[in-house]
Ligand binder design. Structure first.
Ligand SMILES: C[C@H](O)[C@H](O)[C@H]1CNC2=NC(N)=NC(=O)C2=N1
Length: 104
């Protein structure tokens, strides 16, 4: 999978307003705040199954009701279309939960 060039990254991010690009433009990240651990883990379970199906996996951490996700393509050394598509899927899953915000 080809690394996206900077203009493609910018264009894709325009459609993913809740995701932040890192300084090196090699990864995007988003923080989620759920009602509690059960909701956070249910969200993670759905994302995990989709990630495994795509063979494209998030870097993430969870503390109680917080989930922090970073997406990058290790094999390409940066962002690819796989990250953009996984981010879109993750946003769709998150929409089914009552998010308390994405502040940390
Ligand atoms: C061997 C296996 O196919 C690769 O390591 C896959 C697995 N999941 C992956 N996930 C992500 N985010 N980036 C990768 O480059 C990647 N590579």
């Amino acid at each position: 999978m080809e690394k996206l060039d900077p203009s493609r990254v910018q264009a894709s991010l325009a459609t993913l307003p809740d995701w932040t690009l890192d300084a090196a433009c090699n990864a995007i990240h988003r923080k989620f705040l759920f009602d509690g651990f059960v909701e956070a883990f249910a969200f993670m379970t759905q994302v995990a199954l989709a990630a495994e199906k795509r063979n494209h996996h998030p870097e993430w951490s969870n503390v109680y009701n917080r989930v922090h996700i970073t997406l990058t393509t290790h094999d390409a050394g940066g962002l690819t279309q796989l990250d953009i598509e996984l981010a879109r899927y993750i946003d769709a899953v998150a929409q089914r939960f009552a998010l308390r915000g994405d502040e940390s």
